[in-house]
Design a protein around this ligand. Structure first.
Ligand code: 5AD
Length: 343
C-alpha cells in the first residue's frame, strides 16, 4: 500500500483499481498518506490557512434533498432571509476582523433573483475591492451565473454530491439530476469562476466505488476548490435514522484529494468539526476554514444536520482563538484573499 501512496504523490494520479485498493485498505498506510498529503499541501501553500467568512443569507429552499435539514418539506424549520443591509453589516464586521473572502451561501431561494444578487455583489465589490466574493446558491442558468460573475463574484461552490446517477437519485428527488449539476459546473468554469465541487462521505447508500468515481470526477475537472465532509443525519429528514459518515474515511479521502490536486483549496468543513475532526483536517492536507459571519440570531436556523456548530471556534468573532489553536499544531491563519495558486 505504501507504494500506492508514493505513486499517488509522484504522479498526482492513480487508476480506478488503485484508488479502490487504497480506500479499502487504508488502515496500515493512513499515517503515511496523511504525512504525504501534508507535504504536498506545504509545497504549494506552506503553513498558511485561508479563512472565508460564511454569510448564510437564506434558509428557504426550493429543493427537497433527502439528507438536508433545510429541505423544502421540513416544516419545522424557522425560515429566515437576510436583507441587503444585514448582509453588508456581516461583511463589514468580517472585514474588520480580517476576512478577505465573503461566501454568500443559502438554499435555492427564488427571492434572491439575479437583479437582487447583482446589486448585492456589486455593492460588496465596490466596498471591498481587495476581497474575493464566493457564491454558493445552487443551480442556476448560465445567463444567471454570467450576471453574477460580471457583477464581481469570483468563485462558486456547488457540490456535485455524487457523480453516480443511481446513487445521486437515492439522495435527491426526481427533479434534480446529476446531468444538470455537471452542466452548472461546466458553465461556471467556462465563465471563469474558480469553481468548487465535492461530496459527503458516508451518505446513505454510498459505496467505496462511488467515492472512487467521485475522486476521478474531481481529478478530471481539476476543480480549484473541493468541499468534502462527513454525512451527519438530521432528525427531521427521511435519512434521520441513517448512520453518520466516518471521520477516518473522511480524512483519508481529503488526503487523497490533496494528492490528486496539490493546488486545490480544500476546507476542513464545519461538518468535520461537528464530529471533532477540524484540526485533523488541517493536518491531512486541508488549507481553508470557513467560520460563520451570519447574524447571531439566525445561526441556529441554518441547520443542515443535527448539532451543527456555530459557536466558539466556528464563529467569525473568535478568530484569535482559532489562530491560537492552529499555531499550536504548526499552522497560521493569514489575512489574504487566498486565491487558487496555479503553480
Ligand atoms: N450532513 C452533512 N453535510 C450536509 N450537507 C447537506 N446536508 C448535510 C448533512 N445532513 C452538505 C451538502 C451540501 C452542503 C452545503 O452541505 O453536501 O452541498
Amino acid at each position: 500500500m505504501k507504494n500506492l501512496v508514493d505513486k499517488l504523490y509522484e504522479n498526482k494520479n492513480l487508476d480506478r483499481e488503485e484508488l479502490y485498493a487504497l480506500l479499502s485498505n487504508f488502515n496500515d498506510v493512513k499515517e503515511y498518506l496523511f504525512k504525504k498529503a501534508d507535504e504536498a499541501r506545504k509545497s504549494v501553500y506552506g503553513n498558511d490557512v485561508y479563512i472565508r467568512g460564511l454569510i448564510e443569507i437564506s434558509n428557504y429552499c426550493e429543493n427537497d434533498c433527502f439528507y438536508c435539514g433545510i429541505r423544502k418539506s421540513n416544516n419545522k424549520v424557522c425560515r429566515y432571509r437576510l436583507n441587503k443591509e444585514e448582509i453588508y453589516e456581516c461583511a463589514k464586521k468580517g472585514y474588520e476582523i480580517g476576512f478577505r473572502t465573503f461566501v454568500l451561501q443559502g438554499g435555492e431561494d427564488l427571492y434572491f433573483d439575479d437583479d437582487l444578487l447583482v446589486e448585492i455583489i456589486g455593492t460588496l465589490r465596490k466596498t471591498y475591492p481587495d476581497c474575493a466574493i464566493t457564491i454558493s446558491l445552487g443551480e442556476r442558468s448560465k445567463e444567471s451565473y454570467l450576471k453574477l460573475f460580471e457583477a464581481g463574484a469570483n468563485r462558486y461552490l456547488l457540490r456535485h454530491e455524487s457523480i453516480n446517477k443511481h446513487h445521486y437519485s437515492k439522495l435527491h428527488p426526481k427533479n434534480l439530476t446529476i446531468d444538470n449539476r455537471v452542466r452548472c459546473l461546466q458553465d461556471l468554469k467556462e465563465i471563469g469562476f474558480q469553481t468548487g465541487a465535492g461530496m459527503m462521505i458516508g451518505s446513505p447508500f454510498q459505496t467505496l466505488e462511488n467515492i472512487v468515481d467521485d475522486l476521478m470526477f474531481l481529478k478530471e475537472h481539476n476543480f480549484e476548490m473541493v468541499g468534502i465532509g462527513p454525512f451527519i443525519s438530521h432528525k427531521d429528514t427521511p435519512f434521520k435514522d441513517m448512520p453518520n459518515g466516518d471521520v477516518e474515511l473522511t480524512l483519508v479521502v481529503l488526503a487523497i484529494v490533496r494528492l490528486l490536486l496539490p493546488n486545490v483549496l480544500l476546507p476542513s468543513t464545519t461538518a468535520l468539526n461537528t464530529i471533532n475532526g477540524r484540526n485533523m483536517g488541517i493536518k491531512v492536507g486541508c488549507n481553508v476554514i470557513m467560520p460563520n459571519l451570519s447574524p447571531n440570531n439566525v445561526r441556529d436556523k441554518y441547520m443542515l444536520y443535527d448539532n451543527k456548530i456555530s459557536s466558539n471556534l466556528e464563529a467569525g468573532e473568535n478568530l484569535k482563538s482559532l489562530q491560537n489553536e492552529l499555531n499550536l499544531i504548526g499552522y497560521n491563519i493569514v489575512i489574504d484573499r487566498g486565491d487558487y495558486k496555479n503553480n
